[in-house]
Design a protein around this ligand. Structure first.
Ligand code: DON
Length: 308
């Protein structure tokens, strides 16, 4: 699959041993108090090629809070249920603003720029809330089916912790409601959003769940979750919007469609080749995992396997 013969296990061992020495690991997100308690020393990587054995290193099987990474899963489910109608209520353009930038909903008459900024993710949650009979249970079932893993669950402590501190998200949802782009109640949609963000998964579970995005929409069990065209679009949105105001920097350094979360996780996809998940809870100035980005940059450089 590579332009050159690559021994992935030794590449990952090298990256892990180099980066694990680093004293500066960034700062854990403390605006969600429960996340502030996480040990910044955690570090794990899980690499899953499309047609070969996976490789994991470090804390790759320890579950952590996936936070905004859930926005990709939520968008995938909305694409399944609503098809192209979804794009009437949310755009597909990058913002170059932080994930929680408030005025994004004002710019386009209540149409958020993309589904990954919080305003857009809240609109997607609202759509799912209208479609699903039991939103929390049904969404979890969707994720479990996607990954063929029934052990995946929400972390209720993280959910409660974010819920009691979500003032900015409350403002965003209220703004969306006032601009007629939220059909359900502000509290109901926020509640569902916080639940999704509290999903707890390991790097190994992430790479398993995101297999469908490197495989034209089919998961590891061969079930079609999205059409190849929808998978292409979702990867495109990850590439252009997955890192908010650091999307250019991430493409420049790593060169893969990817999504980050403030829990310190990153999932990156090389369509038709591999997906790779990293976890290191310390974040850089722009709120993305410091070691995770460095690990992915080393990986695509050493293997020569980026999309560019
Ligand atoms: O809305 C929030 O603040 C969080 N639940 C999710 C933030 C997040 O992970 C942003 N992405 N990197």
């Amino acid at each position: 699959m590579s332009k050159k013969q690559v021994d992935f296990e030794s590449v990952l061992k090298h990256i892990y041993s180099e980066l694990n020495k680093e004293a500066d690991r960034g700062d854990v997100a403390s605006y969600i108090p429960e996340l502030g308690k996480i040990d910044p020393k955690h570090f794990g990587i899980h690499f899953r090629p499309i047609d070969n054995s996976p490789v994991g290193i470090g804390d790759f099987s320890t579950p952590f809070s996936i936070q905004s990474i859930c926005k990709v899963l939520s968008l995938a489910h909305a694409m399944q249920l609503l098809g192209a109608d979804l794009w009437k209520r949310v755009g597909v353009d990058p913002t170059h603003e932080p994930f929680n930038f408030l005025s994004l909903t004002e710019k386009g008459n209540g149409i958020p720029n993309n589904p990954f900024v919080n305003a857009g993710a809240l609109v997607i949650c609202d759509m799912l809330y209208s479609q699903l009979e039991k939103p929390g249970k049904d969404f979890l079932l969707f994720v479990r089916n996607l990954s063929s893993d029934n052990s995946i669950d929400y972390d209720k402590k993280v959910y409660e912790s974010e819920k009691t501190n979500g003032f900015r998200n409350h403002a965003t949802a209220s703004l969306l409601k006032s601009l007629n782009n939220l059909h359900n109640g502000v509290e109901q949609v926020l509640d569902f959003y916080y639940l999704q963000c509290s999903l707890s998964m390991s790097c190994e579970q992430l790479s398993r769940s995101f297999y469908f995005l490197m495989n034209g929409g089919k998961n590891m069990a061969g079930q079609e979750f999205l059409s190849p065209s929808q998978a292409k679009r979702l990867n495109a949105i990850m590439l252009t919007c997955g890192f908010y105001n650091d999307v250019g920097g991430f493409a420049f350094h790593v060169g893969l469609p990817a999504k980050s979360g403030v829990g310190g996780g990153i999932i990156a996809i090389h369509p038709r080749k591999y997906c790779i998940a990293t976890w290191s809870p310390g974040l850089n100035q722009k709120g993305n995992s410091l070691l995770g980005i460095k690990a992915l940059e080393m990986f695509t450089t050493e293997t020569e396997l980026s999309i560019f």
